[in-house]
Design a protein around this ligand. Structure first.
Ligand code: G6P
Length: 427
């Protein structure tokens, strides 16, 4: 069996022990011979890497560990690359969450104006990483978790040659939720799932081939608020949790405005505690405290995807790929999150047909926002940036006119050379 080199860009993330747990569990079928963790933050890398080293030792798997701050060393000859970077760190995430609030707009790290700012910072860095992969490991598969995952994946697939698949833990979490309601294995479930990353709907649920959608809808009612129940009753579909920001826009904005801390500020505290915990030499496994982060099952999603590519399993997983006609109502060159056949040739989207009228318009609008965002990030095009925010249903003209875009660009100046390099500033 060919042994593999797995590189994690952003390997100093506190999430990494979760990923490593999955790699260890799957060693027999997915034989990683070398695990390379790369990060620009050497201190964090060494703390997280220390725990990873102990995890590998205590599990007795012969995986060689390399910790490095040199991206080129990390990528050289890799078979799989996982990217989980956060350009500007949590400080930038907090800024993404705070600036929109000043303009009466929801602040979120992947959705709306916050996700837009995140994308502008992140896309050029990811395209740089892709250039290195093209040179140093041109046969590698890039599994992208870097947020906003769908938008970043679209940039990579449109502007680089790297074999990229975008991934998110939302689909696998749906599988776990439904499997536990039905008391079956997640492998028995198939989801008729459509949309974009963090903007998707489960239209139908099948268990061992039987349509169990109504049974699930009935059973989840108890966990929903009155308002959520109304939504589900109206559309007979289960919305991705991130649709909350659209369906309950006003309520979410009010809650955010009155909250003392943003999610990023809470995450910062969780991170500090986690890093302290990771320093403990007696800790040899992923600590329970990690479950306070939102990445549940992300390791399983990543390993299952890599396994299916490596073993050419041709099974079905929900990932982010170029649409290519899978959803008729969306542009062919846009990235969508849909069920795909996963094998040695990557992810082939299944035909999902048309979107129902009550989800079509929102999905199209957000897709065009995403495409404008990608193009503006790549080209440093201020006009497209403005257009992106103008069309976004959570932003709109008022915030743009009041200077939201200027504030985003100014606040992120050090990460946005593409907008500032020409005439000083080109607003
Ligand atoms: C979910 C989302 C990810 C996001 C994470 C945030 O897993 O799918 O895209 O990164 O939640 O979790 P956090 O603990 O950083 O708020």
């Amino acid at each position: 069996m060919r042994q593999l080199t797995l590189t994690v860009i952003g390997g100093g993330s506190t999430y990494t022990p979760e990923l490593v747990e999955g790699v260890i569990k799957n060693f027999e079928v997915f034989p990683v011979k070398e695990l390379r963790l790369m990060d620009i933050d050497e201190e964090k890398l060494n703390i997280v890497g220390g725990l990873v080293k102990r995890m590998l030792e205590s599990s007795n798997v012969p995986i060689k560990l390399l910790l490095t701050i040199d991206r080129k060393i990390a990528l050289n000859g890799a078979d799989f690359v996982i990217s989980q970077i956060r350009v500007g760190g949590i400080k930038a995430r907090i800024r993404d969450e705070r600036i929109p609030l000043e303009f009466g707009v929801i602040g979120q790290e992947t959705t709306g104006a916050g996700g837009f700012a995140n994308a502008l910072r992140t896309i050029p860095v990811m395209l740089d990483i892709a250039k290195d992969i093209e040179k140093l490991s041109n046969n590698a598969w890039l599994i992208n978790f870097t947020n906003p995952s769908g938008i970043v994946t679209e940039a990579l697939l449109r502007y680089s040659k790297v074999k990229t698949i975008g991934l998110c833990n939302v689909p696998i979490n749906f599988l776990y939720r439904f499997a536990s309601i039905l008391g079956v294995d997640i492998k028995d479930i198939y989801l008729d799932y459509v949309g974009l990353n963090h903007l998707s709907w489960v239209r139908k649920i099948y268990s061992k081939g039987n349509d169990v959608t109504n049974e699930i809808l009935e059973k989840i009612k108890g966990n929903l608020s009155q308002k959520e129940r109304e939504i589900v009753k109206s559309i007979d579909m289960i919305p991705n949790g991130y649709l909350h920001y659209y369906y309950f826009k006003d309520e979410v904005l009010e809650t955010q405005k009155s909250s003392e801390k943003t999610r990023g500020e809470i995450v910062l505290e969780v991170e500090e505690k986690l890093l302290e915990r990771y320093k403990d030499e007696s800790l040899r496994e992923k600590p329970v405290e990690l479950s306070q982060r939102g990445g549940a099952h992300y390791s399983e999603a990543a390993v299952e995807l890599m396994k299916s590519i490596y073993l050419d399993r041709k099974d079905i997983q929900i990932v982010n790929v170029i649409n290519n006609g899978s959803i008729i109502d969306l542009p062919d060159n846009g990235v969508v999150e849909v069920p795909c056949i996963i094998g040695g040739n990557g992810a082939t989207p299944i035909s999902m047909g048309r979107l129902e009228p009550y989800i079509r318009g929102l999905t199209q609008t957000v897709k065009y926002y995403e495409q404008l965002t990608v193009e503006s990030a790549v080209e440093g095009d201020i006009k497209k940036a403005r257009q992106a925010l103008l069309v976004h249903p959570l932003v709109g003209a008022k915030a743009v006119a009041e200077g939201l875009l200027e504030k985003i660009l100014e606040g992120n100046k050090e990460f946005l050379p593409q907008f500032f390099r020409r005439q000083g500033i080109c607003i």
